[in-house]
Design a protein around this ligand. Structure first.
Ligand SMILES: Nc1ncnc2c1ncn2[C@@H]1O[C@H](COP(=O)(O)OP(=O)(O)OP(=O)(O)O)[C@@H](O)[C@H]1O
Ligand SMILES: [Mg+2]
Length: 308
């Protein structure tokens, strides 16, 4: 096991279905994930996130380009890659006729772990996902969120060197989502690497060291959440009520959006005292807040992450 946890170069995927036009799902994606990192792929529906994860986890072959996991070619030598990875697929479901305890334990045994290790990891993962109370009920009787927690428990229990999670917290309540974040953080401090997708930008920001914004099968931006905000003009926004007449002045501070007379200016933090001064002198009310990842995404992609 050598090299980065994951590295792709100019990865392309064209889906061809008989009787339908081909779909270019990945149009040349290059990315790298270092060991111990938590990286999130962000993008709207159909951006290509699942396609990327399926190729990286050896479930699908790319049309061209290269992808390596710990230095092994995931397309040509998938059998070398598989022992190092585990995946929660998008809309994966636990086996209906197993209980969460059986599901996690059986999966670990199938991966070759000893009875003792499998048993203690199973208990730890069930506990971490708040499943102890439901651990002996058939999955078919569990709620959607409880099933999803079972899927995540199964994969975190592997403690695999590289974990792929495609929308791991979908359908979970805020409390359960936080337990997932906690478990992911713990895994990476123990040396695992995590690549996930999510449509929750607060989650991406709270959880990941770096992000990739994907749109139409291409990487539009990458970096930390703060890098992305800086790339759209800054990490702070100042909302100014009744500041229309000062629009020109405010434009010199950063990009300005005019929402029915309420101006929002995105600025770098250094310029805050200056802009507040201008507002005070002009007797207009200015409110300062952080730029959210949601706003940065909107400006980079041109559309909101949840917009169809
Ligand atoms: N098996 C397939 N055959 C043909 N086209 C496909 C197939 N799977 C995905 N696609 C298309 O490839 C593109 C990328 O899909 P993908 O599932 O990778 O997107 P995604 O970013 O995961 O979206 P979502 O946020 O909705 O999960 C879409 O246009 C999709 O319709
Ligand atoms: Mg998807």
């Amino acid at each position: 096991m050598t090299g980065e946890a994951l590295r792709s170069e100019d990865l392309r995927k064209v889906y061809t279905t008989r009787g339908a036009p081909p779909v270019e799902a990945l149009a040349g994606v290059s990315m790298e994930v270092r060991r111990g990192e938590r990286v999130a792929l962000l993008g709207r529906n159909g951006a290509g996130k699942t396609t990327f994860l399926r190729i990286a986890s050896t479930l699908l072959r790319p049309t061209s380009g290269s992808i390596e996991v710990f230095g092994f070619d995931a397309a040509r030598t998938p059998e070398r890659v598989r022992p190092y990875i585990a995946i929660v697929p998008q809309e994966g479901k636990p086996f209906f006729h197993l209980t969460p305890r059986e599901q996690v334990y059986t999966y670990l045994r199938a991966r070759g772990l000893s009875r003792e290790v499998a048993k203690s990891r199973t208990e730890e993962a069930l506990e971490a996902m708040g499943l102890t109370e439901f651990a002996d009920r058939l999955a078919i009787t569990l709620s959607g969120g409880q099933r999803q927690r079972t899927m995540v428990a199964t994969v975190i229990a592997t403690e695999a060197p590289l974990l792929f999670l495609d929308e791991p917290t979908i359908g979970m309540d805020p409390f359960a989502r936080r337990s997932v974040w906690e478990s992911f953080r713990k895994l990476t401090t123990r040396g695992s690497t995590i690549l996930l997708t999510t449509h929750y930008l607060d989650e991406a920001e709270a959880l990941s060291h770096r992000l990739y914004i994907i749109e139409n099968g291409r990487v539009l931006r990458s970096g930390t959440a703060d890098d992305l905000k800086r790339s759209v003009g800054g990490t702070l926004k100042v909302a100014v009520d009744g500041g229309e007449r000062l629009a020109e002045t405010f434009r010199s501070f950063g990009s300005v959006m005019d929402d029915a007379g309420r101006l929002t200016v995105i600025i770098q933090p250094e310029r805050l005292p200056e802009i507040m001064n201008v507002a005070t002198q002009a007797h207009v009310t200015a409110t300062v807040g952080p730029v959210t990842l949601e706003e940065a995404f909107l400006r980079v992609v041109g559309r909101s992450i949840n917009e169809d």
